[in-house]
Design a protein around this ligand. Structure first.
Ligand code: HEC
Ligand code: HEC
Ligand code: HEC
Ligand code: HEC
Ligand code: HEC
Length: 216
């Protein structure tokens, strides 16, 4: 063989091995970093104030959008400012020690330091409005918040979980105005028609499972 060619071939093989090693290392780093980013499914997260969705949503019937104000409009669902809590708690439970971090936050003008329950890695793109406005209910991904005294994660959030629904979303859809309901009602006739309309507007199957949809 021509020696110049052989040197090139060797270089090529070395480069290929180097790339492979880098990829494996990156994946390992990602996996380790991932494993630390949040609590396992079903485990509650200690918060500065023990906030209960069970009381506020289940018992008092407050709508998700009252506190998560941008869930229909943006990628980020939004976390409540202390002003939102104070719209009720300037009168209710005002002297409770539990609420001290709320009054502190309001006085200093800083947000309450809620700890994350869900957290996707930075290399994944997720968008709430895309789902919520197209008939994917909160309960599909977050479970029965109205029964949670402290918040826990109910879905795995792995790539396979996202893809399973993207490959066959039909059984997971409901009319957009019903996505905030917690115990999901059975679909009525008019709902079935609304879902059929949603299905017509769905991005095509290739787009739904294309890598660049979620990794951009
Ligand atoms: C009265 C205000 C309020 C209402 C109403 C409310 N939430 Fe929340 N939500 C919060 C607060 C405060 C937190 C942060 C503390 C926690 O994680 O429990 C939170 C956290 C969450 C989280 C976890 C966020 C993370 O860190 O990953 C999800 C998911 C969530 N809410 C969904 C919902 C859904 C769905 C509804 C409607 C069924 C709802 N919330 C209604 C105040 C509210
Ligand atoms: C729409 C009115 C309303 C808003 C907004 C609201 N609360 Fe409440 N909160 C209540 C009511 C009513 C209770 C009594 C709940 C019960 O016993 O059913 C309560 C109770 C509580 C309690 C006492 C423990 C418990 O769960 O019963 C805490 C702590 C609390 N709220 C924190 C918060 C925080 C933090 C926010 C903002 C993220 C908030 N609340 C927003 C109405 C509200
Ligand atoms: C298709 C699945 C899915 C649906 C439907 C969904 N969420 Fe989420 N939610 C997620 C994921 C995934 C995250 C973590 C996002 C991240 O880390 O970037 C999240 C995070 C959140 C957070 C934390 C703040 C944020 O945006 O990162 C809140 C609050 C929340 N969701 C509320 C809601 C509410 C309220 C609804 C219904 C109106 C809802 N979600 C519907 C999957 C979903
Ligand atoms: C329960 C079903 C379901 C789950 C789970 C789900 N999705 Fe989706 N997703 C949908 C549907 C339906 C659409 C199409 C919405 C529309 O019509 O534009 C969508 C659309 C999207 C889009 C926008 C596509 C576009 O460009 O228009 C992104 C990005 C996305 N999903 C990311 C994710 C990620 C990341 C996860 C997992 C963390 C996830 N989804 C989990 C049902 C789901
Ligand atoms: C519907 C959204 C979605 C699509 C489409 C998607 N991914 Fe992912 N991907 C994710 C999510 C979410 C994670 C994070 C998984 C986790 O944290 O466990 C992820 C993680 C990864 C990782 C890191 C390793 C791992 O499994 O955690 C790689 C590599 C990857 N995706 C490659 C791809 C490739 C290649 C494609 C196209 C064939 C693709 N993804 C399509 C959502 C998606």
């Amino acid at each position: 063989m021509d020696p110049v060619f052989r040197r090139r071939a060797e270089l090529g093989v070395k480069l290929a091995f180097l790339t492979l090693a880098m990829t494996v290392l990156t994946m390992l780093a990602l996996l380790i970093w991932r494993a630390r980013s949040y609590e396992p499914i079903g485990e509650t997260v200690a918060q500065p104030i023990p906030f209960s969705h069970k009381h506020h949503v289940g018992d008092d019937g407050v709508d998700c959008r009252y506190c998560h104000t941008t869930v229909e409009k943006s990628a980020f669902a939004g976390m409540p400012s202390s002003a939102i809590c104070l719209s009720c708690h300037s009168q209710l439970y005002t002297d409770q020690a539990l609420l001290a971090p709320l009054h502190e936050s309001s006085k200093k003008g800083l947000p309450i330091a809620w700890r994350r329950v869900h957290q996707l890695p930075d290399f994944v793109y997720f968008n709430h409005s895309a789902h919520v406005n197209h008939g994917v209910a909160c309960v599909e991904c977050h479970g029965r918040l109205d029964q949670m005294p402290l918040t826990w994660r109910s879905a795995p959030l792995q790539m396979q979980w996202c893809l399973a629904c993207h490959a066959n979303p039909t059984p997971h859809l409901r009319p957009p105005q019903k996505v905030f309901e917690m115990p999901p009602d059975a679909l009525e006739n008019s709902d079935v028609q609304a879902v059929a309309r949603l299905l017509q507007r769905l991005p095509d199957q290739r787009r739904m499972t294309d890598c660049s949809t979620c990794h951009r």
